[in-house]
Design a protein around this ligand. Structure first.
Ligand SMILES: NC(=O)C1=CN([C@@H]2O[C@H](COP(=O)(O)OP(=O)(O)OC[C@H]3O[C@@H](n4cnc5c(N)ncnc54)[C@H](O)[C@@H]3O)[C@@H](O)[C@H]2O)C=CC1
Ligand SMILES: O=C1[C@@H](O)[C@H](O)[C@@H](O)[C@H](O)[C@H]1O
Length: 337
């Protein structure tokens, strides 16, 4: 049995660099063995101060490296499929940043390949499941102490978007987390998606309609709505209000110390996802490492990656047509039950 994960991190950009620091400083049972980036200077900068780590220019090279026994994929989503297949072939633990792949057909191919192998190796980076408040809301649903969950209201607000963030990316990059969170809270699949485009902000770049309102339904009829607003300027805020038969639960609203000083009162809004979900990412990666050392996964599976990809596909179609669009899933392989 492996005693330590020797991880190849593929992609050393915003998220990859954050995961490299986490693996190096805070995660036990796992170390950075290699960092891959097409921008080799970036990979070299990322391994500085990490003894024994090497900078490489391709995922193939990393996966062929005898010192590597696990992989964390943090390249843009359209590059995930190829690396996933190579890593599955090597039968090593995989933590794949969301999205699993950018479309349902390719995600299903990954699910089918893993199911054929008979063992789950892929964990998908839906870190919100590891946030204490998300887990608490899921706990309230499963305990049933507030009765049935009826309606979910989600807000997903980013201060701004990186260059090249397209209209579809509001769904594929951002709302994908809400699809997963709604599936997580309810324990159900999403059955339909509708997208409404209202009055846009002047702060959105050319070609991007922001904000958007996404309306969803789950198998038992729970209704959910998501305000996705990615040029909201004021800070990074991701919150949910859940209506139950016997109560209302809010998570993700500004917490932290409420300070009164020098004639002012208030707190701080997190500037980005690294700060808002920093602890959740730590817990996520630790859960992955612990489970991988037991030969298991410790969080959302390739099926979750596939199901959310199918929601995104319906969402992008709904963005275009404005119509309520069904989410149709392939039969779930027994491995994921
Ligand atoms: N869970 C979460 O909250 C978040 C997840 N993500 C996900 O993380 C992944 C990476 O996103 P970011 O770090 O924001 O992107 P980024 O653009 O900052 O970084 C991507 C890196 O991959 C490198 N790269 C591109 N092609 C490559 C190739 N063929 N081989 C090796 N390296 C290559 C780029 O040079 C760059 O350094 C995406 O899947 C994204 O959806 C991103 C932000 C937050
Ligand atoms: O995954 C993420 C980004 O890719 C995405 O662009 C943001 O909207 C999300 O809040 C963040 O968690």
């Amino acid at each position: 049995m492996t005693e330590k994960l020797r991880v190849a991190v593929i992609g050393a950009g915003r998220m990859g660099a954050d995961h490299i620091a986490r693996l190096h400083h805070r995660i036990s049972g796992a170390e950075v063995a290699a960092v891959v980036d097409i921008d080799v200077a970036r990979a070299e900068a990322a391994i500085k101060g990490i003894p024994g780590a090497v900078a490489l220019a391709s995922a193939e090279e990393a996966l062929d490296n005898g010192d590597v026994n696990a992989v964390l994929i943090a390249t843009p989503g359209f590059l995930h499929e190829d690396i996933l297949f190579k890593a599955l072939e090597r039968d090593i633990p995989i933590l794949c940043e969301k999205p699993l792949t950018p479309d349902a057909a390719s995600a299903l191919k990954v699910v089918e390949a893993e199911a054929k192998s008979g063992r789950k190796r892929i964990q998908v980076g839906f870190m919100r499941r590891f946030d204490a408040e998300y887990a608490a809301l899921r706990g309230i649903v499963t305990e049933g102490r507030l009765g049935e969950l009826l309606v979910l209201h989600h807000q997903h607000r980013n201060p701004d978007t990186p260059a090249g963030f397209t209209n579809e990316m509001l769904i594929n990059d951002s709302v994908v987390h809400e699809f997963d969170a709604i599936r997580f809270f309810t324990g159900e699949e999403i059955t339909s998606v509708q997208v409404r485009l209202g009055k846009p902000t002047r702060n959105a770049p050319e070609g991007q309609h922001d904000p958007q309102h996404v309306l969803l339904e789950t198998e038992s009829g729970v209704l959910a709505d998501v305000e996705i607003y990615v040029n909201a300027k004021f800070g990074y805020e991701v919150a949910t209000q859940a209506s139950f038969e016997d109560g209302i639960v809010n998570i993700g609203n500004d917490g932290g110390p409420y300070v009164r000083t020098q004639g002012r009162w208030g707190g701080r809004i997190t500037p980005g996802f690294e700060e808002r979900f920093g602890t959740a990412y730590d817990v996520e990666v630790q859960a992955w490492a612990d489970a991988a050392l037991r030969g298991e996964i410790g969080g959302p599976s390739a099926w979750d990656g596939y199901a959310t990809a199918a929601c995104c596909e319906a969402g992008v179609e709904a963005q275009r047509t404005g119509a309520k669009t069904a989410v149709v899933l392939a039969p779930k392989p027994g491995l994921y039950n």
